[in-house]
Design a binder for this molecule. Sequence first.
Ligand SMILES: O=C(O)CCC(=O)C(=O)O
Ligand SMILES: [Fe+2]
Length: 174
Amino acid sequence: MVSEVEERALVAAIDATNLTPFRFQQWTGKRLTSSFGYHYDFETQQVARADPIPSWLLAIRERMATQAGLDPSLFVQVLLIRYDPGAGIGWHRDRPIYEHVLGLSLGAAAEMRFRRRKPAGGFERATMPLAPRAAYHLSGEARHAWEHSIADMAERRWSITLRSPSRRWPIDQS
Ligand SMILES: O=C(O)CCC(=O)C(=O)O
Ligand SMILES: [Fe+2]
């Protein structure tokens, strides 16, 4: 989705943001995050306005949304993540206040793992390779019914995640 030259510029721009360790209760994750547009606080379980989306992110948002066939302005939340060696993301579904989830994977290659509980017990599983500089779109069942995770990284990886509000979005945007 982006060239290697663009990737280097995006990674430098992500590193220049106010990346802070993801925190949830007593637990501090090894991945570093920053948010624009809106920020979801896992401690209070509330969404609040964050700094406005900067122009370099508006430009990549335009491309990612267009590639997914969606209106760029829908994507009011941008989450930037840096996974240093040893950092990953555990099993989760993205919050129901969001609808579409678009991702761009930068740096080391990774795999997004998916699982869904089977009625008879155990899990149905799937894996999506995340090649460097590749974009992905989570929607429908993959988004709402399946959980996803990324195993702890051996090498550094960055991601740009864009999310659109769902009907359960709590904030009036007018
Ligand atoms: O790093 C990624 O590509 C995925 C991040 C993710 O699943 C999330 O923040 O909800
Ligand atoms: Fe996620």
